[in-house]
Design a binder for this molecule. Structure first.
Ligand SMILES: Nc1ncnc2c1ncn2[C@@H]1O[C@H](COP(=O)(O)OP(=O)(O)OP(=O)(O)O)[C@@H](O)[C@H]1O
Ligand SMILES: [Mg+2]
Length: 239
């Protein structure tokens, strides 16, 4: 569903070139939940921003459902939840979703019902008419997830979607991820909460200092380590 081939990216910062991604190659199988793991600064957000075309790569190719990732057709297939979701603060949760529906040129007749259903699913039914300015961190995350689902994506890309959620919220989100998977959606997510990753991901890749160092099922990578977290810490420390 998502194929990244030899991705290279450097930032230009104060006339310096800072290499961040070195030849990243990855394949995310259709219909799976794929976890993208790495320490702070490893290059997860940079990779994700390149996938969704918010940043340009220096070289390499990315295909989404066999379409070039920067094509409009490919973008219509993606639902995206960024690391730090931002909304127009004066809009209510419902208005945010209607706005996103317009951007995706969804049928105006169904968009109201869709927004209502999604707000219920993410636990924001009571906040439907609350302006975003009054939202807590967890409410922002919930709204961002609803936004990402608004266009019925085939590929859901989420940068630390469980960040800032209380235990109940995390449970809700994990249940919703599994529901999406049942519908056939492919999910690519980054997370630092490795117990959750281990629970829901079919496959994971570890990025370290801009390079993919491991890829496989959580069980296979973990091997004899008691948890994925312990395996992750030992792998990243060794590099
Ligand atoms: N706009 C920028 N200009 C220069 N360097 C940047 C820029 N954005 C990120 N970097 C650098 O690129 C590297 C990778 O950053 P990135 O945000 O992709 O990491 P990450 O894996 O998402 O980390 P985290 O877990 O903290 O979110 C870091 O060294 C960071 O300092
Ligand atoms: Mg990040």
């Amino acid at each position: 569903m998502l194929k990244i081939d030899k991705l290279v990216k450097a930032y230009q910062f104060r006339r310096e070139t800072v290499p961040v991604l070195h030849n990243i190659s990855l394949e995310v199988p259709r219909g799976k939940i794929f976890g993208f793991l790495g320490a702070n600064g490893a290059g997860k957000t940079t990779t994700i921003k390149v996938i969704v075309d918010l940043l340009f790569a220096d070289s390499g190719t990315i295909m989404i459902d066999n379409l070039p990732h920067s094509s409009i057709k490919a973008k219509r297939l993606i639902g995206f939840m960024p690391e730090q979701p931002q909304f127009y603060h004066h809009l209510s949760a419902r208005e945010v979703l209607l706005f996103v529906g317009e951007l995706f040129e969804l049928d105006p007749k169904t968009v109201e019902t869709k927004a209502k259903n999604l707000l219920r699913q993410v636990g924001l039914a009571d906040a439907e008419n609350t302006v975003v300015r009054r939202f807590s961190k967890g409410m922002h995350q919930r709204l961002a997830f609803a936004v990402a689902l608004m266009n019925d994506p085939k590929l859901l890309i989420m940068d630390e979607p469980l960040d800032g959620l209380d235990p109940l919220g995390r449970l809700d989100f994990k249940r919703l991820f599994l529901e999406q998977k049942k519908l056939g959606t492919t999910i690519f997510l980054s997370s630092h909460i490795l117990s959750d990753v281990e629970e829901i991901c079919d496959e994971v890749a570890i990025i370290n200092k801009g390079q993919i160092v491991k890829q496989g099922t959580p069980q296979k990578l973990r091997g004899t380590y008691p948890t994925l977290e312990e395996y992750f810490v030992s792998t990243v420390q060794k590099q």
